[in-house]
Design a protein around this ligand. Structure first.
Ligand SMILES: [Zn+2]
Length: 277
């Protein structure tokens, strides 16, 4: 089917009190494995293109690949820009057919974050696309977007009140101690803060840095109200590990097949966890 916006799939998740997986796509083969899995599992999904792929010059090409692959599946698929860095980049994504964009103004002042998000909302609404914003820093580095870890990083509840009062976004990513990449040990997530945020807004909440968060913590986050969970690192790692595991003969298609199998398994495990089944 044709691509949909994040609004549709988040409403679906809200009804069922589950979270939609947002998987990052970095290659054609990862995209094939992801779309095959969401079709087999009959799971609506968000396929996101991140900043490393964009720096690698693949924004439009990956967008076309995902649109093409999604046309052959029967579940709703969203083509989403992850951590959009500027209004210009949002426009590039929308021109490439993305149905959803994130504008990451989390490193700006609240006032400037509201201003850039408002600008993106106007443009995205004209294109019929949905918008995700971010409050509070997400630790670690996603695709080399590093935050200063010494600064207070937890989302402030009053900021959520002010922000969601000023701009009507479709989804809001919050920093509750979550981090990009893999965690050293058990993550230190502030569920009390997440509950306080949930109590002041009806905007669907997003958990970035989903790679390596234990299942019980994922369940708690979903119970409180997380409706989208991003998984990038674990998908990429699964692909690389799968490829390496089959590299003995140096045969490209043996490696690709193993890489895709590993991505399918990883994606299925996240779908089972996020959809609570
Ligand atoms: Zn992220």
């Amino acid at each position: 089917m044709a691509l949909v916006t994040m609004r549709e799939v988040l409403a679906w998740a809200q009804e069922r009190k589950v979270a939609i997986p947002a998987f990052n796509v970095d290659t054609l083969e990862i995209g094939q494995a992801l779309l095959e899995t969401v079709e087999a599992e009959q799971c609506p999904a968000i396929i996101a293109v991140g900043q490393a792929a964009i720096r690698d010059g693949k924004l439009a090409a990956l967008g076309k690949i995902v649109s093409h692959l999604a046309a052959d599946v029967s579940v709703p698929v969203v083509l989403h820009l992850d951590h959009g860095q500027s209004v210009e980049q949002v426009v590039q994504a929308l021109c490439a057919g993305f149905t959803s964009v994130m504008i990451d103004g989390s490193r700006l002042s609240l006032e400037d974050n509201i201003a850039v998000t408002r600008q993106v909302l106007q443009i995205a609404q004209a294109a019929g696309a949905s918008v995700e914003a971010e409050l509070g820093a997400i630790l670690g580095a996603e695709d080399n977007i590093a935050h200063d870890d010494s600064k207070p990083f937890l989302v402030r509840v009053q900021d959520v009140v002010d922000f969601t009062g000023a701009v009507q976004v479709d989804a809001l990513a919050v920093g509750i101690g979550n981090a990009h990449g893999l965690y050293k040990g058990r993550p230190n997530l502030d569920f009390q803060r997440l509950q306080e945020v949930k109590d002041v807004t009806n905007v669907p909440l997003v958990l970035h840095g989903g790679s390596g968060i234990p299942g019980d913590m994922i369940q708690t986050a979903i119970e409180i109200g997380i409706r989208k969970i991003n998984v990038a690192t674990e998908i990429r790692m699964a692909y690389v590990q799968g490829m390496l595991s089959a590299s003995a003969n140096g045969d490209y298609y043996e490696m690709v097949t193993a890489g895709k199998d590993a991505v399918r398994q990883m994606a299925k495990s996240k779908i089972d966890l996020f959809l609570r089944r």
